[in-house]
Design a protein around this ligand. Structure first.
Ligand code: FES
Length: 526
């Protein structure tokens, strides 16, 4: 057995019902692999410690279940270690139903709800009652300053737990949570007022030739070297609708070149029509575009940007999703997570970075997604185990990944090893990075008669364009297939995310912006 909750809860009868209802195959993968979901991770620990109430069921000696609600100050249920919870049992209505039940049958089920974030955790364990005079144990369970009489301690030895999907949870808010939300609104209003004042005398010289005219209405430092730019329409009219994962091309001026553009994902909530926010990482060893943006985009700057483009859209509206982001790759993943949350699709978000101060939106996403998000901060020694993340995902989950090439390649390799269908792994690259093991390739362009010697550090597309042969291209990272060309001889090594198996195998196409050759040469129909 692997998944401990399934081992306990999926009895033979439950399995027969799953079989009859057609859901058995989806849960079958939970029966194999190493044991899991019996030891709490940091994610469950943080979730439990943030709760100010929970529901607990016990079973009477006559076989009746009994459910009770327990409440107290946030964190009154203590996580004593990875497999033990405990709390002080304060004097209540003195019926002692739970206490009596567990004397005969120590099994309990506990249910934790986070209503605002629509997340729930269920847990199975065995209850140990602790005498109020047992000072060494009680001292770990009592709450400082909570004025009620303690009758005993209750310790739960965890046997299994599982996260539930968010379906059918109506968001509800405590007074403290409402106050926090109102304060955020107030803060935003103050911010908007101060920006409106700054925009009273805008700089009206327009940069760029894109067909969408936008004004920079906000600039803020998100993280080390990462700055957010808010872009709005000049007279406040609604912006074109976008799908999550969309990006825009924004202008930069480098030397005498005035029509260069850089692509940035729209990181703001895709439901918003009033603003597009982009987050720009100033690359120390880049080609200068991000540095130029940091130095020259100011409040009031008028930009001609492209209409939104999307090569990284959500694939289904129903399947659960695993979202994986590395560094600035969080920007499209953030908007995908927000869209899934709006659509009440189950998802988990894994976000990794070198250090917390370099991870854009980290605090905000932790607040917004709570236990659905796990962060891995490199300088705290936290590492994402890709194989484990993918192995514990539901069998029908779609995987979305964005970040450095190493992360994307790691996900593809782990998914392949676990037998995850390649069609369920979706990714977006920032750059067409040539792999460290790339070899030189001789490329013959049949129609123009050119023979190109492509060096290991060059993409085929760059070599073709450098030779003065114009072919269409757009994303340059293997996402749009606008550069696709027919291969007449030689075997291509495909690295794009755009062509279908049919287009590759029967159509004989390849994307030279990222793909190379398995052998030493290729002949292309251009
Ligand atoms: S330019 Fe987009 S796939 Fe090559």
């Amino acid at each position: 057995m692997a998944h401990k909750f399934a081992e306990i809860a999926f009895t033979q009868t439950v399995r027969r019902v799953q079989e009859a209802m057609g859901s058995r195959s989806g849960y079958a993968a939970m029966d194999s692999g190493p044991d899991h979901n019996n030891l709490l991770s940091e994610r469950e620990k943080a979730f439990i410690e943030a709760r100010d109430s929970f529901y607990m069921a016990s079973v009477s000696e006559t076989g009746w279940p009994y459910l009770q609600h327990r409440g107290g100050p946030a964190g009154f249920l203590k996580v004593l270690d990875q497999s033990t919870l405990g709390f002080a049992d304060y004097s209540g209505n003195r019926q002692y139903v739970t206490t009596g039940n567990v004397l005969k049958n120590d099994r309990v089920a506990v249910f934790f709800m986070d209503y605002p974030n629509r997340v729930r955790l269920k847990l199975l364990g065995r209850m140990e009652l602790v005498d109020a005079d047992d000072t060494p144990k009680m001292v770990r369970l009592e709450d400082d300053g909570y004025r009620a009489r303690v009758e005993r301690g209750m310790i739960i030895h965890i046997e299994a737990f599982d996260w539930n999907c968010p379906q059918h949870i109506t968001p509800r808010y405590s007074q403290a949570e409402v106050d926090k939300l109102i304060e955020l609104e107030r803060e935003e209003n103050r911010d908007l007022r101060s920006r409106a004042e700054q925009l009273a005398s805008p700089n009206i010289s327009k940069i760029g030739e894109g067909e969408l005219e936008l004004i920079v209405t906000g600039v803020r430092q998100l993280a080390d070297r990462i700055r957010a730019f808010e872009l709005r329409a000049p007279s406040g009219e609604p912006l074109p609708e976008i799908k999550p994962g969309a990006h825009i091309e924004v202008p930069v001026v480098l030397g005498s070149s005035t029509n260069e553009v850089r692509r940035y994902s729209i990181a703001s909530n895709p439901n918003r029509r009033d603003v597009y926010e982009i987050a720009v990482f100033c690359e120390p060893d880049g080609r200068g575009g991000s540095d130029w943006i940091h130095k020259n985009y100011q409040l009031g700057s008028v930009l001609g940007v492209s209409l939104p483009i999307n090569y990284f859209d959500i694939q289904t509206d129903t399947n659960p999703a695993v979202l994986i982001a590395g560094g600035i790759g969080i920007t499209p993943i953030k908007s995908i997570a927000q869209a899934l949350q709006n659509q009440t699709v189950d998802f988990e978000l894994h976000y990794t970075g070198r250090k917390a101060s370099a991870m854009a939106y980290l605090d905000r996403l932790q607040r917004e997604f709570g236990p659905r998000m796990t962060s891995y901060v490199g300088d705290l020694g936290q590492r994402m185990d890709l194989e484990r993340v993918l192995a514990s995902a539901p069998a029908n989950a779609e995987v979305y990944v964005c970040g450095p090439a190493k992360l994307i390649d790691g996900v593809l390799i782990a998914a392949n090893q676990l037998g995850i269908d390649r069609e369920r792994v979706h990714f977006e690259r920032f750059d067409a990075q040539v792999g460290a093991d790339a070899r030189p390739v001789e490329v013959t362009l049949l129609r123009s008669g050119e023979v190109l010697h492509v060096t290991p550090d060059q993409t085929l597309l760059d070599a073709i364009l450098d030779a003065g042969v114009e072919i269409p291209n757009s994303c340059r990272v293997g996402q749009c297939k606008s550069c696709a060309v027919k291969v007449l001889a030689g075997e291509p090594e495909h690295w794009d995310e755009a062509l279908s198996p049919f287009e590759r195998d029967s159509g004989g196409l390849m994307c030279p912006c990222v793909s190379r050759a398995k052998g030493n040469s290729l002949v292309l129909d251009i």
